[in-house]
Design a protein around this ligand. Structure first.
Ligand SMILES: [Zn+2]
Length: 261
């Protein structure tokens, strides 16, 4: 037998939420976790909060200015695009994979998110009734209880690329941000991979009062849309769907070190 080198493993983690996520809260908690991982894996020299503070003090001709600026533009872009994909009708995102490595087929580290089957549309649910902070806190608290997650965070990597890919069934015209990647399978077996399943109670009681508030502003469509949103994911299981395929975000996070020159 020839040596197959280091055997890598996938650590499965399941995080249960008390209530459904919205398209905005779901994309935000994923991006916040990506920010945390970027810092822990030394893809960025400081935490995003610190970088944000530094950014206001450094001059635009400083080379750190561009690296930091690109980082924030890329992350904001991915957050917005992900959120809009999550509340798009007839678009069902099953998984999101974050790959740190030179290319998408040579990962050094990856994180796979399995999304809940029901995600509320942020067009119909208000942010103040569905803040991302509570689920984010719950996610981070739960993750630190996994020694495997902590261990995976301790091994730094040289600054390289971070890719975001989504696996979705989508009957809409092609997005120009998430580009189709035919035949792709994330090579999660070849790198250290954390697989995080996000889910909630099947028995969902909607504690929010968004529908009555949204209705005031958008009376014509709200009733119809509300009913559709609630039943959409369930209906999707019975009607013919587009096949699940992988799509790659056009925006790539570029790792960098702080230049002291
Ligand atoms: Zn709501």
């Amino acid at each position: 037998m020839f040596s197959r080198g280091k055997v890598e493993k996938t650590t499965p983690i399941a995080i249960k939420f008390d209530e459904p996520l919205t398209s905005d809260s779901c994309s935000k908690i994923i991006i916040e976790l990506i920010k945390y991982i970027l810092y822990q894996k030394q893809q960025i020299p400081f935490s995003c909060d610190t970088l944000l503070q530094l950014q206001s003090r450094i001059k635009p001709n400083d080379r750190n200015f561009n690296s930091t600026n690109n980082l924030f533009t890329t992350l904001d872009n991915i957050t917005d695009q992900l959120s809009s994909q999550l509340h798009l009708d007839d678009c069902d995102i099953k998984e999101i994979v974050v790959i740190i490595g030179a290319t998408t087929i040579s990962p050094k580290f990856c994180v796979k998110f399995e999304l809940p089957t029901l995600i509320l549309s942020s067009k119909m649910h208000l942010e103040y009734q569905h803040s991302y902070r509570k689920p984010l806190l719950h996610l981070m608290r739960s993750l630190v209880e996994y020694p495997e997650f902590q261990e995976a965070m301790t091994a730094p990597l040289c600054p390289t690329n971070t890719f975001v890919l989504v696996q979705k069934s989508d009957s809409n015209p092609k997005s120009d941000f998430f580009l189709p990647k035919p035949q792709y399978t994330p090579p999660i077996q070849t790198a250290t991979c954390i697989s995080i399943k996000l889910y909630h109670n099947e028995d969902i009681s909607m504690a929010c009062t968004c529908s009555s508030i949204v209705k005031v502003y958008n009376d014509n469509e709200s009733k119809q849309n509300n009913d559709r949103n609630l039943n959409d994911k369930i209906d999707n299981f019975t009607k013919t769907k587009a096949p699940y395929l992988w799509y790659q975000s056009r925006a790539i996070v570029k790792g960098f070190k702080y230049s002291s020159r």
